[in-house]
Design a protein around this ligand. Structure first.
Ligand SMILES: [Zn+2]
Length: 392
């Protein structure tokens, strides 16, 4: 048995694993699994199809009751192209801040959860804690879907979830959902001196992009609005465009990627249907009149649902009750796995974790010593709450 662990030491160990999403996270997962087994906890690994990565799921306390799930992703964003003052995979303390890739997003939360394990085991708990650590969150909440499949068939599912993304320990009750798509426009090339014989894929793509912009403008003008978000409405945006080979050739090929970031109450399928209808009705007939093979194809890149937790949900008051310094609830603009847990499994969720999203994904990412301590306090209060009968 190791010396009593603390969150800072565990964070130092967790950040030393380079779990950039492109890499395997298995070394970290095995480290966590070994750590848990020292306290007699059996962790279940839910591997990726290729076996190179895995989710980890474990229950501490009674196995036959729904409990409180502590959820975090183990992958981190790349450091390539970033200038760091110290090695991103070595925890470095300067002026009460702990610097490393993943320190706030979101190994700090995982470290605090793991540091609480001895107390959770010793308590003993009346209501269990579930640990759910995923992979490939940063590349579209991909890994957690296999975990959701596994959990779907569990005899007992968690009663609620805390998603430990960095919120400066404020309880967040909502975030937008996202759909990312790739559009491929296939036209017909010809010499640009005779453009009427061709189908200009770049220009038709541009017309579709203009339609996407009009939809965005309509949301900005008419809503619906939720002013808890800094951008209070659903937005659409095109981020990548490719097409054409030379100015004197009518381009045969164009491709662009766009995303819909929607309020949880807006239906992205309906928005997408409008865009597809425009392509189908306004663009394709003219294109196919020249070339029957001309086409516009939509392919989904990634998506996750929004999170909308009612302010009177038990999870909100329960987690607020665990905080020594409570603030009013709010909503965040970034996505999390929370929406998936709610949508797929009906597990109500809030987002609450140490550090700020302002430091996430950037060089010199850090979590402050004070934030990590605040998360330790939350874990301490969680142990106390779950020792007692009927707290959730
Ligand atoms: Zn994150």
């Amino acid at each position: 048995m190791m010396a009593t662990p603390n969150s800072r030491e565990l964070l130092r160990q967790l950040v030393a694993f380079d779990t950039t999403s492109a890499n395997s996270n298995l070394a970290l997962i095995h480290f966590v699994g070994d750590y848990l087994s020292q306290y007699g906890i059996d962790a279940q690994l839910v591997p990726a199809a290729d076996g190179q990565k895995a989710n980890l799921y474990a229950t501490i306390g009674p196995q036959d009751k729904p409990g409180v799930m502590l959820s975090g992703h183990t992958d981190v964003v790349p450091v390539s192209g970033q200038q760091w003052r110290s090695d991103p995979f070595t925890l470095s303390e300067r002026a009460d801040k702990l610097y490393a890739r993943g320190s706030c997003d979101m190994k700090g939360f995982i470290a605090a959860a793991l540091a609480a394990v001895p107390a959770l085991v010793e308590a003993p708990l009346h209501t269990p804690v579930h640990l759910a650590f995923s992979y490939d969150e940063e590349v579209g909440c991909l890994g957690v879907r296999r975990l959701l499949d596994m959990m779907h068939d569990l005899p007992v599912r968690p009663a609620m979830a805390i998603i430990g993304e960095p919120t400066l320990m404020q309880v967040m009750v909502g975030h937008k959902g996202k759909q990312a798509l790739r559009v491929t426009v296939s036209g017909q090339s010809c010499h640009s001196a005779y453009p009427t014989a061709g189908v200009n894929a770049v220009e038709y793509a541009a017309e579709l992009i203009a339609a996407i912009r009009r939809l965005n403008a309509e949301f900005a003008r008419s809503g619906p609005f939720d002013h808890a978000y800094r951008v209070p409405h659903t937005t659409l945006h095109v981020g990548v465009f490719q097409g054409g080979t030379a100015l004197n050739i009518v381009p045969k090929h164009a491709q662009f990627d766009f995303e819909i970031r929607h309020l949880p109450q807006d239906d992205p399928a309906a928005v997408l249907a409008q865009i597809k209808a425009f392509a189908q009705n306004e663009l394709l007939p003219a294109m196919q009149a020249i070339s029957p093979q001309a086409n516009i194809e939509f392919n989904a890149l990634s998506s996750y649902p929004g999170l909308f937790t009612p302010p009177d949900a038990t999870v909100v008051s329960f987690v607020q009750g665990l905080l020594d310094h409570k603030q009013p609830t709010d909503k965040v603009s970034f996505g999390t796995e929370g929406g998936l847990f709610t949508q797929r499994l009906g597990i109500p969720a809030v987002v609450c974790g140490p550090g700020s999203i302002q430091q996430a994904h950037k060089p010199d990412e850090y979590v402050s010593v004070a934030q990590l301590a605040a998360c330790d306090r939350l874990m301490h209060n969680l142990v106390q709450a779950l020792r007692q009968h009927g707290n959730i």
